[in-house]
Write a protein that binds this ligand. Structure first.
Ligand SMILES: Cc1cc2nc3c(=O)[nH]c(=O)nc-3n(C[C@H](O)[C@H](O)[C@H](O)COP(=O)(O)OP(=O)(O)OC[C@H]3O[C@@H](n4cnc5c(N)ncnc54)[C@H](O)[C@@H]3O)c2cc1C
Length: 385
């Protein structure tokens, strides 16, 4: 039987929708429906993510939320009965321009103030720890040992299992096609399987944020941008405990993945869109830069590749919370490439907004939709690739 009403309808069965549903159900509100248009949960950005988890951000709210999320990932197995695949191999940012070093000086001071143990490393220190890296053109680096990477699909499915155990409803192959708004209030959701009456809709549709926003008459400035990922065959030349390594100036990264590595390089000058093709030219650029940064990459063999979508906002900060003038519409979208790692904190926060009327644990004023009305109110997150 298709449900015809719910207290809360969540549009999007990725890690944010599922974390939100879990946190609502855990607090006793299980009259919740999650709608996922695809046959599989977490098959959008979540399942295509590189899974990096770090506390090295430039804004206080991102540092605080990621510190909280790291604690949850550390205890995910005991708290959520699922393996998050969390490997705390650290995150290494390589800095090769004075401008980037200056930006990181400020943010590392903030990270220290908030209790993150980020280390400054000289090129020589980097070389001693990770001899396979070429540090000739590096000025400095930052490293935090408790960062690392996890399994976004495993985390999302952990939330999904707990949510179902707590009695909430998760539907796949059901697409939200419209949101009923009457007199500035949400009244229901139209779907490909029928209508659901509700007074609360949550937009956690990832790269589709803008389209779902439009259904409620809201112009959310969060747009999809393609990111390509390349996975190698077994590559024992790179140690399994190598950190997630970001060559910040070049938007290039790699990390171990099973017996191989995954690597990518964000292309910043592309138009938004839903294109998910992988292009040969990008692959060659990624490999070429890889060989420069770690000459041993010459021996790497690309075995698989895929593309996923970032949902990007003008200040690289998510849009979280309510929308002025529209009652019953809440969103958590536009995570700009760091959404997986913030999902535990974001689900907690959305549940607080829905059940308590406002965020309690974190000050998310920088994430408000209304910040875009006054562009001078934007505080950009600077550590993004
Ligand atoms: C290549 C790549 C690398 C990344 N690397 C990292 C990283 O290292 N660390 C990190 O923290 N983050 C990373 N991210 C970002 C992270 O993956 C995302 O921020 C996060 O997964 C977003 O989760 P979500 O639940 O909001 O979106 P999604 O996982 O995309 O889920 C949204 C879901 O909504 C569904 N949906 C959309 N519209 C509708 C509708 N109308 N009706 C029903 N369902 C609908 C979609 O099918 C989708 O399943 C990366 C992303 C990509 C693409």
């Amino acid at each position: 039987m298709f449900p015809t009403s719910a207290s809360v309808v969540i549009i999007g069965g990725g890690v944010h929708g599922l974390s939100t549903a879990y946190h609502l159900a855990k607090r006793g509100l299980n009259d919740v429906i999650v709608l996922e248009k695809e046959p599989q949960l977490a098959s959008g950005s979540t399942g295509l993510s590189a899974g990096g988890i770090r506390q090295q951000f430039s804004t206080e709210v991102n540092i605080r939320m990621s510190q909280y999320s790291v604690q949850r990932f550390e205890r995910f197995q005991e708290e959520r009965d699922a393996d998050p695949g969390f490997r705390q191999v650290g995150y290494l940012f390589l800095l090769s321009t004075r401008e980037k070093v200056a930006i990181f000086r400020e943010s590392v001071a903030l990270q220290h103030h908030l209790g993150v143990g980020t280390e400054w490393l000289s090129p020589g220190e980097v070389k001693i720890r990770w001899p396979f890296l070429n540090v000739e053109d590096i000025l400095a680096a930052t490293y935090n040992a408790t960062d690392g990477y996890g399994d976004p699909y495993g985390v999302a499915m952990g939330y999904a299992r707990q949510t179902r155990r707590l009695g909430a409803c998760i539907l796949t192959r059901v697409e939200a096609t419209g949101i009923d708004v009457v007199g500035g209030r949400v009244r229901g959701v139209q779907t490909t399987k029928g209508s659901i009456a509700t007074e609360m809709v949550v937009n956690t549709s990832g790269p589709y944020a803008h389209l779902v926003g439009k259904m409620a008459g809201v112009d959310l400035p969060a747009h999809p941008y393609r990111r390509q990922v390349f996975a190698t065959a077994p590559f024992p030349q790179i140690p399994r405990d190598a950190p997630m390594t970001i060559d910040f100036h070049y938007n290039w990264y790699f990390r171990p993945e099973g017996p191989g590595i995954i690597t990518g390089m964000s292309k910043m000058d592309q138009p938004p869109g839903f294109d998910l093709t992988v292009d040969q030219e990008r692959m060659l650029k990624v490999i070429k830069h890889g060989i420069h940064r770690a000459p041993v990459f010459e021996e790497a063999r690309i075995m698989r590749s895929w593309a996923g979508l970032y949902s990007v906002t003008p200040d690289n900060q998510p849009i979280m919370g309510t929308v002025p003038g529209l009652e019953g519409f809440v969103c958590a979208v536009g995570f700009s490439g760091h959404g997986f790692m913030l999902a535990p904190a974001s689900g907690l926060t959305l549940a607080e907004i829905i059940l308590d009327g406002a965020a309690q644990t974190f000050d998310i004023s920088e994430f408000s939709f209304s910040r875009f009305a006054d562009r001078t109110a934007l505080t950009a997150e600077k550590h993004v690739i």
